[in-house]
Design a protein around this ligand. Structure first.
Ligand SMILES: [Zn+2]
Length: 168
């Protein structure tokens, strides 16, 4: 059983997370799906740190949770860890990372089938991935799998979230 103050705390945290997500969605690149560029994405892959449309979210789900972890921006509850991942990455940075070697004349696919091939190439086969950029990624992205870093990392999240909230 949860106490009233615990519920209030959880609600407050949820409101803070929603405010951060709304703010992120107002950034230029986050106004379009990271994969097909459809307008107004309302879904996200929190481990990849990208915002996307409902169609691409469905394709991401099919990739499996070892590649992409999908959440609704508005309908799901978010943890500080998941929010931090979106703050650290976002569509601009993800494009630099996952589309680094996309050919200049590449035309973004639009049919469901072609989009799925593109998404699998992009995240599963990492066909366009910038391997050198990983070394420069923030600590919180590279150490998410490492439990021994978790406590330290969680302190960093709280610190970073506090800093981030000051700018809202
Ligand atoms: Zn899309």
């Amino acid at each position: 059983m949860t106490t009233r103050s615990e519920r209030e705390k959880a609600q407050k945290l949820n409101e803070q997370h929603q405010a951060i997500l709304s703010k992120l969605l107002r950034q230029e690149d986050n106004k379009y799906c990271a994969d097909c560029e459809a307008k107004g994405p309302r879904w996200a892959s929190w481990n990849l740190g990208v915002f996307m449309c409902i169609r691409c979210a469905g394709i991401h789900r099919n990739l499996g949770v070892h590649i992409s972890r999908v959440k609704s921006v508005n309908l799901d509850q978010w943890t500080p860890e998941q929010i931090q991942s979106m703050v650290d990455m976002g569509n601009t940075r993800a494009r630099q990372l996952y589309e680094a070697h996309l050919p200049e004349d590449f035309r973004r696919p639009q049919t469901d089938q072609a989009v799925e091939v593109f998404i699998r190439d992009k995240y599963e086969r990492k066909k366009y991935y910038d391997k050198e950029a990983v070394a420069a990624a923030p600590v919180s992205i590279t150490s998410t799998a490492c439990l021994s870093h978790f406590k330290f990392w969680f302190e960093q999240i709280k610190y970073k979230l506090a800093g981030f909230l000051l700018f809202i």
